[in-house]
Design a protein around this ligand. Sequence first.
Ligand code: ZN
Length: 399
Amino acid sequence: MTHTASQPAPPHVEMKARLAAAVQANRDEILELSHRIHENPEPAFEEHQAAAWVAEAIARHGFTVEHPAGRLATAVRGMLRGGRGGGGPRIGILAEYDALPGLGHGCGHNTMAASGVGAAIALASIADELPGEIVFLGTPAEERGSGKAFMIEDGLFAGLDAALLFHPCDRNHVESQPLASEDAVVVFHGLQAHAASDPWKGKNALDAMILLFSSVGLWRQQLHPDTRVHGIIQEGGTAANIIPDRTKAWFMLRSPDQADYARIKERFRQLVEGAALATGTTAEVTFSGLAMTMKQNRTLEARWVANAEAYGIVDQGADPNSGSTDMGNVSWVCPTIHPDLSIADEGTPGHSIAFRDAAASPKGDETTLLAATLVAQVAYELFADPALVEAAWAEFRAT
Ligand SMILES: [Zn+2]
């Protein structure tokens, strides 16, 4: 914001200043929403209050709201057409709001709900002057279950030209490199027998499970260092004097490379079958909740960095310690950014009490408002500049 009175502001600068002012004018509503969600944490797929509050907020600001949207009871879609008519892009403003069981908002998704709503409110304030359509998407179940994957299947991302979503962090960086990730539930079926009087009549489902864990342990030597395979035994039998006829484990498989992930998944399936073969048991393996790697869009990332620099934010580079997110799935549907802004001192771990407290701190609040402003400003650039939309798509198609 460096223009002076003697030089009329270029239209972009003036419109971006109006978006920033709209966020500030609505700061009480935005931050009240953030704190209300923070104080009422709800886990994945159960975010009934948060989804309702988010839906009410955008409806108040002129959006036509579907809630539920698609098959998920806690998904929300709000749409607001620009007043300039004609064509124009459809820009997705995303919000998450699920919490972690036992920890609350230890990932700070309350700030994502509030900043997404804040960006939507700011864009609504200039909607009469925009072409295209603002599409707000409240996306449940990021922490478990990959809610966005269901919303993609339900067509809720169809026709979007971009998807924008901020995440809180202990650093500022636009690029993240999440791992592909999926849950795998393994069940072995054997045959019960008395473990002392006639064990030879049994088929031991626990032996199969122990073999599987041993196989996975040996397999690690051949895995790329960034690949992760980790699991727990949920059912290991019922009594020491019964040959177990059923065991169950929950694994997660992760890889930094989407194509490599497919090979890892197939190899894991073979290890399960091998353990069943060796023990005369049968196996079922059920995969669910696939979160994909992130397809980077440097065109959109550059716009985020440029807008953030105007607020003194220096990009600290991609975080090498990534988890997984269903925003990755979105990134294979349309040009996507998932930038992080700091709400806590550097080194504060995610999914911790300290990070949870930061998500409702004064610094967390200021970052929430800044994120709302920056998301709205990047969205505005896309509405205002068809060449930028085309450049983002050209990169998407080429990578
Ligand atoms: Zn998160």
